[in-house]
Design a binder for this molecule. Sequence first.
Ligand SMILES: *Cc1c(COP(=O)(O)O)cnc(C)c1O
Length: 369
Amino acid sequence: MIRDIPFFNYPALYAKQEDDLLPIIQNVLRRGAYIMQSDLDTFETSLARYLNVKHVIGVADGTMALIIGLRASGIGAGDEVLVPSHTFVATAAAVHHAGATPVLVDCARDHLIDSADIERRINDRTRAIMPVQLNGRTADMDKIVNIADRYNLKIIEDSAQALGSKFRNRFAGTFGSAGTCSFYPSKTLGCFGDGGAVITNDDDVADHVKLLRDHGRSMNGEVIEWGYNSRLDNLQAAILNYKLSNYIVEIERRREIARIYNSKLGAISNILLPPGPDDSEDHFDIFQNYEIEVDRRDELRNFLLSKGVRTIVQWGGRCIHQFSALGLNTDVPYTESMTKRFMLLPMNTSLEDEDVHYICETIISFYSH
Ligand SMILES: *Cc1c(COP(=O)(O)O)cnc(C)c1O
């Protein structure tokens, strides 16, 4: 029997929470509380408490969080910033819009930035490393912090996919001068539109972020520098407050799904799996995505589709070095070969265990003939 398994199911996720959400939305609208109101304060405080970090500052989206986080960390014209090629174009675009130059770095087998390759790219213009905590996994930050210390570089984390992920008990986004969140609807903590935040333990960076997100204005309305209109809507903050209260349960469910995938698919030699949720004590992964590398990728995807299982390939199948219009370096061999093999299996909390078993059995049957 064919099961219909969409890659992502927004209406089903909303339906589960509608009874709780409508009164929350109504309450905000009845108060007319739209911009920089108490729900935003509450959300920033609650998220900071969860992440064990001093400051969370809501901004318009995850891309603006990167731009503002870079600028507030002092990155600008003439600076080079090391960015993995296996990421959303927004990571490199943020470096560009901050006035600096992105330099691309290869990824390792876990699909995160390759720290050995970071070191090879450093020259006297290099000012920062921007690790991307991809798919919900935090890189080995001991290695990256060590490199940053030795070469006097800033770390600005693109932790858009890693809210709640940890390395050695420390949350993604809290290792450098700034980290970022995205509340894009498909992210693990998604709102009903665009949203983002900057995370920091540095009081000066936090003050600077608050200026930049609100037209460069200080508390008393004095314009101190050129800023942006980049605030997190109070309505979205109220929705996020509600969703944050159930977030730990959501993450545990994702880890449970990953556990099934890892145990059922682990024996197939044609597949490279991501590290499993219980593989290492150093890593706590939240599985924003479940990304695999496979032989005969396009054939497998078509086979799964014929059995009702929808998969996707991140970034439309192309990493940043492959967008020739951007004119960036292309010498990232592992990433290059990976783009012919990578894909995402369904990973979201509307999946039932039976769905996950069905997906695994379909993959097993594909490789057994
Ligand atoms: C989603 C995402 C962003 C951008 O976030 P938006 O909120 O969509 O602007 C940046 N980097 C990565 C790795 C992402 O996945």
